[in-house]
Design a protein around this ligand. Structure first.
Ligand code: CP
Ligand code: NVA
Length: 308
């Protein structure tokens, strides 16, 4: 049994095997209608609980569809409607759910909730986003990059803006997949120094820049995300926007990067804030392939968790 908690906590060889399997499974489906089951049914007889303590479109639908395509069943649970949201401990929730279901995916706030759930569950737990990281997203991003440009090892990835949960998982991936990582954003929103240290220790070249135009030169991939995450206070909006405006992913920056650069965003995007529509809908953008690949990458993650 494997938990999928974070990219830096998963073996490099396993991460690679997950991406490879995701591609094989995607190719095998071809253009089948979305509701058609896969030829292989590795999740037959399995039940998966999908717990959401925050909103979601992609994570919710892609996990649910992925389970169904692989022959399993899923139930979507809202944290606030569970006893979890009314004082039952995480540990007890983990023990109880483990008696009913074969795997748990959770999207939550503090990382400690995910970690405690994993500690007390006797079934695999998958991180569907916490305030701190978003590993499933980055597995889909790696898969998407490699579909378009081949191996990501040695490539230059530039993250613009807020050093948030998506940025943290991308930094973890830099260490595990061996790509160079540049963060361009304000000092107060830099990614966690511990994560920078981990990536460097794993051999990744990590640079921190305040100058977006300089940072994107020669990039193979430019990534950004919302300037106000679900766990951020609405009252911080204006201050953050003022700080982050110089890091907007716009056409000028894509041109400074060069035409080899792909553009990614985990979505939901706030058009004309962190990214312009010109970039989102432009020739370098692969944001909808990225969204699709959540499905394929997570199917491979779930198989790895259950070893099926
Ligand atoms: N990218 C992502 O996780 O999207 P949702 O919040 O819609 O799940
Ligand atoms: N950083 C964003 C990602 C959403 C998928 C958030 O946490 O709200």
């Amino acid at each position: 049994m494997n938990h999928f908690l974070d990219i830096h906590k998963t073996d490099t060889a396993d991460l690679r095997a997950i991406i490879d399997q995701a591609r094989v499974m995607k190719d095998a489906r071809g253009d089948l209608p979305k509701g058609t089951p896969d030829a292989d049914q590795p999740l037959a007889g399995r039940m998966v609980a999908l717990i959401f303590e925050k909103p979601s479109t992609r994570t919710r639908v892609s996990f649910d569809m992925g389970v169904r395509q692989m022959g399993g069943q899923s139930m979507v649970l809202s944290g606030s409607e569970m006893q979890l949201g009314h004082g039952e401990t995480i540990a007890d929730t983990a023990r109880v759910l483990s008696r009913y279901v074969d795997m748990i995916m959770i999207r939550t706030f503090d990382e400690s909730i995910l970690l405690e759930l994993a500690e007390y569950a006797s079934v695999p737990v998958i991180n569907g986003l916490t305030d701190r990281t978003h590993p499933c997203q980055i597995m889909a991003d790696i898969m998407t990059f490699e579909e378009h440009k081949g191996p990501i090892k040695g490539k230059k990835v530039v993250y613009l803006g807020d050093g948030n949960n998506v940025c943290a998982s991308l930094l973890h991936a830099a260490g595990q997949f061996g790509f160079d990582f540049t963060f361009a954003g304000p000092q107060s929103l830099e990614p966690d120094a511990e994560f920078i240290g981990l990536a460097r220790k794993a051999g990744a070249k990590v640079e921190i820049s305040r100058d977006a135009t300089e940072a994107v030169q020669g990039a193979d991939l430019i990534v950004t995300d919302t300037w106000l995450s679900m766990h951020d206070k609405q009252s911080a909006r204006e201050r953050r926007h003022n700080m982050l405006r110089p890091y907007q992913a716009n056409q000028q920056l894509m041109e400074a990067a060069g035409e080899q650069a792909l553009f990614m965003h985990c979505l939901p995007a706030h058009r004309e804030e962190e990214v312009t529509s010109e970039v989102m809908d432009g020739p370098q953008s692969v944001v909808f392939d990225e969204a699709e690949n959540r499905l394929h990458a997570q199917k491979a993650v779930m198989r790895w968790c259950l070893d099926v």
